[in-house]
Design a protein around this ligand. Structure first.
Ligand code: AGP
Length: 594
């Protein structure tokens, strides 16, 4: 959730940290803060407030040189988003400044066991960490004090720490929340993810859980909790700077919607050799020997998982279950004798999935992560990973990662099947059909202006169209704040139809021949109760009067197409309401707390 950035080196810490925070803002944007050392006056200064990094920039003093600092962009977990609860937090005597991403589960116990007489300024769990480090550093070195604090913390944390008694040193540690060290020519950056490093360093170290790092100048030493030096890998950053800029587009979401044809083509180029699917042999074996697949995911990735289930079952004949990660982590169903777990995660950092993966690994089962970030925690920790190749997705509302997931799931299912249709050609057709929809975006905008004027909305469909409705409704609600439900068309009449009023928008997705008539009758049922209906269909099953008619593609791939108008519907509904499309309220891109 939150983003943290720290810097120590010869360059301007303020500029490097603020630029990094801007790039990490998608992780949380309730408030932002920075603590800097003034190298001229030898003082430490703190600036923090509610709101965005741009606001933080406007309240930060730029008049002095600073070579060390830490910064934070927050997604509130403990305490309301306000100035006092913003990070950095300080220890009781203001010796230590810290920024934190994560949740400390036992902060109340730690307060009463160790800090009974301390006074706290904020409602956060983070402040307790600063107080503990200060308390222990009265009796031991800072290195030992931080490690002792780590040994007491239960939960997740990525921390950057500054000691006002030593302006030459920066500290960081982590458990469960991601943290990287970027190695530049003139200094070192600590960051929650690679975005903040792009353009500054080409080499980085992903820190392991329960590791602690002490940094001074260009030197760093990594320790475990008991103080033993740890081995580490230095990796190369391969993100292109231009991929993380908006370019000519008004919003990242619009850019990412438009990138979908090229994402499908990239995936084809990565997973085909001529017309043959090229799957890693070990992954293919792991998938084909398992008697049941368990897909575990959250949000948009979960919605992709439902369609993945259809593909695995209908194309490859492998029984597949789909589970909500946060439920699965603590309430596993009875498992088959030889299961394989597939974790789907754009970011590869979602804490709910990580909790499930830890449980699965503890039971000795094999796992595969499908992710857009090959350096992510879930990619590292699963037995195998498969990359989505969607390129960096910045908008909080996921678009191209969803279509990339569906294309990659199709390739995996096909690779395990005896199907003989020309998959490469079918996916290429999908890419062209997406372009045809993109060409109609202005027409979709006009439909949205006319029809989506109410506070609520329904998407209805059956089978695979129902699963597409789940994603379509998630898109609409998360950025336009229209209360939207994706519903199995036949189920509406069993209760929820009571919510249909004069003018309630109901959008049907119809792409499947065997259920198209049934969905149309359900649409008539709501129409006769006053609903304002419209239909997204495919040519083969369309009827006169359908508002959006898409090309026919291989039936199981229709969700890769039907979601595109739904993404535009969400985009334009939010745009015409004047909302912040790329950073919708209350959300964050990378959900690293459970
Ligand atoms: C999608 O628009 C959301 N922002 C959200 O549901 C997201 O898909 C979910 O948090 C899972 O993220 P992941 O794919 O990175 O694991």
């Amino acid at each position: 959730m939150c983003g943290i950035v720290g810097y120590i080196g010869k360059e301007g810490a303020r500029e490097i940290i603020l630029r990094g925070l801007t790039r990490l803002e998608y992780r949380g944007y309730d408030s932002a803060g920075i603590a800097l050392f003034n190298n001229e006056e030898k003082t430490f200064n703190i600036y923090k407030d509610m709101g965005r990094v741009a606001h933080l920039e406007s309240i930060t003093d730029f008049s002095y040189p600073s070579k060390i600092g830490i910064g934070h962009t927050r997604w509130a977990t403990h305490g309301r988003p306000n100035q006092v609860n913003s990070h950095p937090h300080q220890s009781g005597n203001h010796r230590f400044f810290i920024v934190h991403n994560g949740v400390i589960d036992n902060y109340k116990e730690l307060k009463s066991d160790y800090l009974e007489f301390n006074t706290f300024d904020s409602d956060t769990d983070t402040e307790v960490i600063a107080h503990l480090i200060e308390k222990f550093s009265n009796e031991m070195s800072v290195n030992e004090a931080i490690r002792k604090t780590m040994s007491l913390l239960e939960g997740s944390y990525a921390l950057a720490i500054m000691d006002t008694e030593n302006s030459e040193q920066l500290y960081a540690c982590k458990n469960k929340s991601p943290l990287l060290i970027g190695i530049g020519e003139n200094g070192i950056i600590i960051s929650s993810d690679l975005m903040a490093l792009v353009g500054y360093s080409t080499k980085y170290i992903p820190l392991q859980d329960k590791s602690f790092v002490e940094i001074s100048g260009n030197q760093y030493v990594i320790y475990d909790v008991i103080g033993k030096q740890m081995e580490h890998d230095i990796k190369t950053i391969d993100i292109d700077y231009f991929n993380i800029e908006k370019g000519e587009y008004a919003h990242f979401m619009l850019k990412e919607i438009n990138e979908q044809p090229s994402v499908i083509r990239t995936i084809i180029s990565k997973y085909f050799d001529e017309d043959k699917v090229t799957l890693n042999g070990e992954i293919k074996k792991a998938l084909s020997v398992s008697d049941r697949l368990y897909i575990v995911a959250a949000g948009t990735s979960l919605n992709a998982g439902y369609i993945g289930k259809e593909m695995f079952e209908k194309m490859a004949g492998i029984p597949t279950e789909v589970h909500i990660a946060s439920e699965f982590a603590y309430n596993m169903p009875i498992l088959s004798s030889n299961p394989l777990f597939i974790f789907i995660s754009q970011s590869g950092e979602t804490a709910d999935l990580r909790a499930a993966l830890v449980n699965v690994k503890a039971k000795g089962y094999r796992s595969l992560t499908l992710t857009n970030v090959k350096t992510s925690t879930l990619a590292r920790e699963a037995d195998y990973y498969v990359e989505l190749h969607a390129g960096p997705e910045i908008a909080v509302a996921s678009t191209k990662a969803y279509t990339a997931n569906l294309a990659v799931l199709a390739i995996l299912a096909y690779g395990l099947s005896n199907q003989s249709f020309d998959l490469r050609n079918e996916l290429s057709k999908v890419a062209i059909s997406i372009e045809n929809i993109i060409d109609k975006h202005e027409y979709i905008e006009s439909l949205v202006k006319e029809s989506l004027t109410k506070r609520n909305c329904f998407y209805i469909g059956r089978g695979i169209d129902y699963y597409a409705c789940l994603e379509a409704s998630l898109k609409l609600k998360e950025i336009s704040y229209i209360q939207t439900e994706g519903f199995a068309a036949g189920e509406l009449k069993h209760g929820t139809i009571a919510l249909i009023e004069e003018g309630t928008p109901v959008i049907a997705i119809i792409s499947q021949r065997k259920t198209s008539k049934n969905t149309r009758s359900n649409l008539n049922e709501v129409k006769s109760r006053g609903a304002n209906t419209f239909v997204i269909s495919t040519r083969g099953v369309h009827e006169h009067g359908d508002q959006i008619v898409l090309d026919d593609v291989y039936e199981l791939f229709s969700p890769i197409l039907t979601i595109i108008p739904a993404q535009f519907i969400a985009y334009y509904a939010a745009l015409h309401r004047g909302y912040d499309i790329d950073k919708p309220r209350n959300l964050a891109k990378s959900v690293t707390v459970e």
